[in-house]
Write a protein that binds this ligand. Structure first.
Ligand code: GLC
Length: 446
């Protein structure tokens, strides 16, 4: 079968300052280094100890007025052109500011590694960072961001509350929402049934070679999300509200066994072990699959292929019908770097992207899920995105990932061990024990 080009499941490139073989020591060293950097920061009010909570320079909303000069926005791959599109529309509306978008990496992991490298070096290259919703506690606690509470408070009445929550850490907002995200299942209407439960999806997918499911099971953040979607739907959890690790559970074992047998029996093609979002999309576009788990942006992209009209789009189902379906809350925010020399222009950009008017374009022109709530019931949006109302339900029902300054390490503990089980390199039992142990070690390191 023809396959799109895949990236290596074990990236050889830099993974922050950690090493695989000395993971525990690596995490401690990384945090010590980051702590030392945070101590060394001057002029941006960084707290002496990360755990004491961040205090930082607060952005003045009035600084946007008459802002001029250049502005760099840095983030991940611009898969549907939203970032460039926002920059162009912003410059039209603000002729005194020259803005540009700088791509930091293909996946969220790559983008985070590159953002962290710049921030550790106190680089002023990026005024604004496009930050994944899980990064806020880490970036804020390291003193890498300016306090955006006043800017975000000014627009928060128009935004979906869960999106605002992802910008907050220790009572302040460190970013402003750009767009939100919730996983969806795309399915080939002529081949497979509408998704009702994950069990049914996997059973349908195994029935015929053209029915298979494609999803993101490369070892990276996307796999954490794909695994948690099933775990949350099966009633499991990672960490409870008190910070207790809950992942060593019957639900985790059940979901891992289920996903691993799906790879073995052909419900999911083994190639998923190398797929991130884009390769998943390309695989489904080959027409050789029945189901695709991906984000809302794929709706617009699929409609531009010969598969237009052949697929349905459904919210993520429950695991087996005994508990309700639940997605994982995704999305991206915009955060002003502590090292930006043009925060006024950055605020102007944030005001532009978070306005109800631009939030409509986020959905209409780019098929992304707006953070602004009114867009979902706007007739122009509904014409372009007929499932907007269902998407809003999915977004509102989506559960956040663990909130922690060491989220990256927690996530790696999950995706590394889940990947090993799916690849047939680890037993479920070993993986569950290791996940719990490594998550506790990550928590203890902060
Ligand atoms: C999407 C989501 C983001 C998530 C990532 C995982 O970009 O918006 O929150 O972390 O996918 O690959």
């Amino acid at each position: 079968m023809d396959r799109p080009a895949f990236s290596n499941p074990s990236p050889a490139g830099p993974r922050g300052v950690r090493t695989r073989s000395t993971r525990r020591r690596g995490v401690a060293a990384a945090l010590a280094a980051a702590g030392a950097i945070s101590l060394a920061l001057s002029g941006c009010g960084t707290s002496a100890s990360p755990s004491a909570g961040p205090t930082a320079q607060a952005v003045d909303p009035a600084s946007a007025k008459g802002a001029s000069g250049s502005l760099s926005i840095c983030g991940g791959r611009d898969s549907v052109g939203l970032y460039k599109g926002t920059v162009d529309a912003f410059m039209k509306a603000n002729p005194g500011i020259t803005a540009k978008y700088i791509v930091l990496g293909a996946t969220t992991d790559d983008a985070r590694t590159q953002a962290v490298q710049r921030l550790q070096a106190k680089s002023g290259e990026c005024d604004l960072f496009l930050t994944d919703v899980t990064w806020t506690p880490e970036f804020a606690s390291q003193g890498w961001l300016q306090d955006m509470t006043k800017v975000t408070d000014a627009v928060k009445g128009t935004l979906i509350p869960s999106t605002v929550a992802t910008t907050q850490y220790k009572g302040k907002s460190w970013a402003t929402p750009y767009y939100t995200n919730a996983g969806l299942l795309y399915y080939a209407k002529d081949k497979v049934a509408k998704p009702e439960t994950w069990k049914q999806v996997y059973a349908e997918a195994a029935k015929a070679p053209g029915n298979g499911l494609v999803y993101q099971a490369k070892q990276y953040e996307g796999l954490t999300v794909n695994f948690l979607e099933l775990l949350y739907s099966a009633g499991g959890d990672v960490i409870d509200g008190q910070g207790n690790v809950k992942i060593d559970s019957p639900e985790t074992r059940k979901v891992l066994d289920f996903m691993a047998s799906g790879v073995k029996n052909g419900s999911a093609d083994r190639a998923v072990l190398t797929y991130e979002e884009n390769s998943t999309r390309l695989a489904y576009e080959s027409g050789k699959y029945g189901y695709e788990r991906n984000w809302p942006n794929v709706y617009g992209q699929l409609n531009a292929t010969p598969l237009k009209g052949t697929f349905g789009v459904a919210p993520l189902p429950s695991f087996d019908g005994s508990s309700k379906g639940s997605g994982v809350l995704g999305g991206w925010n915009l955060a002003i770097s502590a090292f930006s020399s043009n925060p006024g222009a950055a605020v102007a950009f944030v005001n532009f992207e978070s306005s109800p008017e631009w939030q409509k374009h986020v959905a209409m022109d780019y098929s992304q899920a707006p953070a602004g709530e009114a867009a979902y019931s706007d007739p122009e949006v509904l014409a372009k995105m007929p499932f907007a109302q269902e998407l809003l339900v999915s977004v509102k029902g989506a559960k956040p990932r663990p909130v922690s300054p060491v989220y990256a390490q927690i996530s790696e503990a999950i995706n590394k061990n889940v990947h090993a089980v799916l690849a047939g390199d680890s037993s479920t039992e070993d993986a569950v024990k290791k996940m719990a142990e490594q998550i506790k070690a990550a928590q203890a390191s902060f």
